[in-house]
Design a protein around this ligand. Structure first.
Ligand code: SF4
Ligand code: SF4
Length: 356
C-alpha cells in the first residue's frame, strides 16, 4: 500500500504563542490540506476545550490562524465539540460553553462561533450505519451529516483506553453522542482499590448510573448498574483508586472506537487532521492536573488520521526516549488500535514524514 504523507513543523517553545501561530500558519499553508475547502462551505473545527483545572488544550490564539485561513476561502468556520457523560463542566452546552469561553475560546479571540454539536443536553443525536465487526450503527451528534468539511485539531495526550490519544480519539469519542461515548466504553468496567480509596465520595456524585455505593468504609461499584462509562476514573484524579479491569475488554473498546471513527468520517466529504504534539500530558484533557510527559515536538498534519497518529506517537516516543504512555497505562496499547484502524480501511500505518 502507498505510504500516506504526514507533514511536520517542529516547535522549540510551545509557550511562545508567536512561534506556535507561525508554525501552525506554515503547516496550514504549505501542506495544502485546506485546498478542498470551498466557498460558503460549513467547516467544523473539532476541538477539545479542556476541563476545569486543565491547560493542555490547544491555545485558542493559535486556532485563530486556522479560522482566518478558512475565512480567506470564504468558507464558514465554526468551533465544535460534544457533551460528555459525566456530571462535570461539559455535560451540557451551557456549562460547556462557559468553560470554553473561560479558556479563551470566545469569538473575540478565535474569530469563529462555538457550537456544541449535540445540543444543550446532548439530545441532538442521530444513528448512522457502520460496517464494523462489533457495531452496525453508531450514535453521534446529528449535524455531522451536514458538515462540508471537518478539520480535527487534537492535542496529543495519554488515554486510559488507548495509551496514546490524538486524531482518532478526537473523532470517535469527540463526535459521539453521550450514548455513543458510553457504547465505546461499555467493555471496560472499573473496580475500586480499597487501599487507595479515602471515601471522598466524588465518584459517587459523578457516576451517571448511581452505581457506586459505600461498603465497609470504601467506595464500591455495583457491576450490575455500571455501564462502563469510565467517568469515575476521572472523578478519582486525586487518589487514583479507580482502575479499569483491562482484561474485560480494552481491545474491544479500542475496536469500537475505530468503528465509531469510521462511521463518523464516512459521513463527511472532506477531512483534514492536525495534531499538536506539544505539552503532551499523561492523561487526556478531561483529567485535571495531569503530568506533562513530553513537550516542544511540533505540529503534524495529514489527510490520513491513522498515519498522523502513528507519526505523532513515534515522534513523542523518540522525544521521551521511552514509552511514557505505557508507564501510565501499561495495558492500553495504541498500536493495536492503529492496526485495527488500518485493517478497517480508516488509514495507513505506513507514512512519509515531510518536514516543513
Ligand atoms: S473518588 Fe476515589 S477516593 Fe473518592 S470515594 Fe471515589 S474511589 Fe474513593
Ligand atoms: S461506576 Fe460505572 S457507570 Fe459509574 S462512573 Fe464508574 S464506570 Fe461510569
Amino acid at each position: 500500500m502507498k505510504k500516506s504523507k504526514v507533514y511536520f513543523t517542529p516547535i522549540d517553545d510551545s509557550k511562545d504563542i508567536n512561534e506556535l501561530k507561525s508554525a501552525f500558519g506554515k503547516i496550514i499553508t504549505q501542506s495544502g490540506l485546506l485546498n478542498n475547502v470551498g466557498e460558503g462551505e460549513f467547516t467544523a473545527i473539532k476541538l477539545h476545550f479542556g476541563e476545569e483545572d486543565t491547560d493542555g488544550y490547544v491555545n485558542p490564539r493559535a486556532i485563530k490562524v486556522l479560522v482566518d485561513a478558512i475565512k480567506k476561502k470564504n468558507a464558514k468556520p465554526f468551533l465544535t465539540d460534544t457533551n460528555v457523560l459525566y456530571k462535570g463542566m461539559r455535560s451540557n452546552a451551557v456549562d460547556h460553553l462557559n468553560l470554553a469561553y473561560s479558556h479563551g475560546f470566545g469569538y473575540e479571540t478565535t474569530g469563529a462561533p462555538l457550537i456544541i454539536a449535540d445540543g444543550i443536553f446532548g439530545e441532538n443525536e442521530k444513528s448512522f450505519s457502520v460496517k464494523g465487526h462489533h457495531l452496525t450503527s453508531i450514535k453521534t451528534a446529528a449535524p455531522i451529516q451536514y458538515f462540508d468539511n471537518m478539520i480535527s485539531v487534537a492535542h496529543c495526550t495519554g488515554h486510559m483506553n488507548t495509551g496514546y490519544a490524538g486524531a482518532l480519539k478526537n473523532i470517535c469519542m469527540g463526535f459521539a453522542s453521550r450514548a455513543g461515548k458510553q457504547i465505546q466504553h461499555t467493555s471496560t468496567k472499573p473496580t475500586i482499590n480499597g487501599d487507595k480509596c479515602v471515601l471522598c465520595k466524588r465518584c459517587m456524585d459523578l457516576c451517571p448510573e448511581n452505581a457506586i455505593i459505600e461498603k465497609n468504609g470504601k467506595a464500591f461499584i455495583d457491576k450490575k448498574k455500571c455501564t462502563g462509562c469510565s467517568e469515575c476514573i476521572i472523578a478519582c484524579f486525586k487518589h487514583f483508586a479507580v482502575n479499569i479491569s483491562w482484561s474485560e475488554g480494552i481491545r474491544l473498546s479500542q475496536e469500537k472506537m475505530v468503528e465509531y471513527a469510521l462511521g463518523i468520517l464516512s459521513q463527511i466529504k472532506n477531512k483534514v487532521f492536525f495534531n499538536f504534539a506539544v505539552h503532551v500530558t499523561s492523561d487526556c484533557d478531561c483529567m485535571p492536573k495531569s503530568e506533562v510527559i513530553a513537550d516542544n515536538i511540533g505540529i503534524l498534519a495529514s489527510a490520513d488520521p491513522v498515519a498522523l497518529d502513528k507519526a505523532s506517537h513515534d515522534l513523542i516516543l523518540a522525544k521521551m526516549g521511552k514509552d511514557g504512555f505505557k508507564d501510565r497505562y501499561p495495558e492500553a496499547d495504541c498500536k493495536r488500535m492503529f492496526e485495527y484502524a488500518g485493517q478497517m480501511g480508516l488509514g495507513n500505518m505506513e507514512y512519509i514524514l515531510q518536514k516543513i
